[in-house]
Design a protein around this ligand. Sequence first.
Ligand code: F9T
Length: 257
Amino acid sequence: MNLSLEGRTYVIMGVANKRSIAWGIAQALDKAGARLIFTYARERSGANIKKLAETLENKNSLFYQCDVSSDEDIEKTFSAIKEEAGVIHGLAHCIAFAKTEELGGEFLDTTRDGFLLAHNISSYSLTAVSKAARPLMSEGGSIITLTYLGGERVVRNYNIMGAAKASLEASVRYLANDLGKDGIRVNAISAGPIKTVSAKGISDFNSVIKMIEEKSPLRRSVDQEEVGNTALFLMSDLSKGITGENIHVDSGFHIIS
Ligand SMILES: CCCCCCc1ccc(Oc2ccc(Oc3cccc(O)n3)cc2)c(O)c1
C-alpha cells in the first residue's frame, strides 16, 4: 500500500499554464509514475500544456481539446481517450468559470445567465465528465475536483462562484454515492487562495492572500505543489477508504471564524 501510480493513467482537465493548480497536480502524479492525459478548452492552453508536458518524467502524455459546456464534445473526448488509452484510473476536474463582473459587488446583482453559466461550467461539468469517464474506469478509480471556502460560507466578492462551489461540493457527495459501488471514489480539495490566472478574475484577491498570511494557523498561503501532493494522496491507494470528502489544503484557515 503506497503512493505509487506506476502503470496507471489519469485525465487532468484544466491546466492553463505553469501556475495552474492543475499543473501542480500533474507534476505530483507524474512523479508518482502516472501516465497523464490532458484536456483543455482554449487553443492557447493546449500550446502551453504541450510545452509543459515535455518537462514531465513520463513522456507519453496525450492531449485533447474539450469544451465542457458541450455534452457532444465531452462524449467525443472520452471516446477518443477510450480508443487511445483504454482504461483510466482517475480524473482531476480543475475547471470553473464565472463572469468577472459577477465576482465582486453585491451577490444580489447576479444575472440569470451569469448564474447559469457559472453553475454550468463550474458545477454541472463534474457530473457530465464523471458520467463520460465512468465506463473507462473499469478497474475502479478516483475523481477529484477543486473547490474553495467561499462555497461553505460567505467570502466577500466570491459571490456567484460561492453558490456554484456549494453545488459542486453537494455534487461530490451524490456522485460518491452513485459511483462507490463501481469502486470509484469522488472527493474535493478545498484549496486556499493561490495566484493563478483564474484568481485574476476576482476583485481584491490580493487582500485575501495577505489576510491568510496574517490569520491562518500556519501563517502562510499554500501553493500548487501542496495541493498536488494531496491530489496524489486522493488518487493513491492510501485514500481507499475516503469518498464524498472535502479536504482543506488552506493552512487551516477554514477553522478560523
Ligand atoms: C474573494 C475570494 C478570494 C480567494 C479566491 C480563491 C479562488 C481563486 C480562483 C478560483 O477559480 C476561479 C475560476 C474561474 C473564475 O472565473 C473567472 C476567472 C478569470 C476570468 C473570468 O472572466 N472568470 C474565478 C475563480 C477560485 O474558485 C477560488
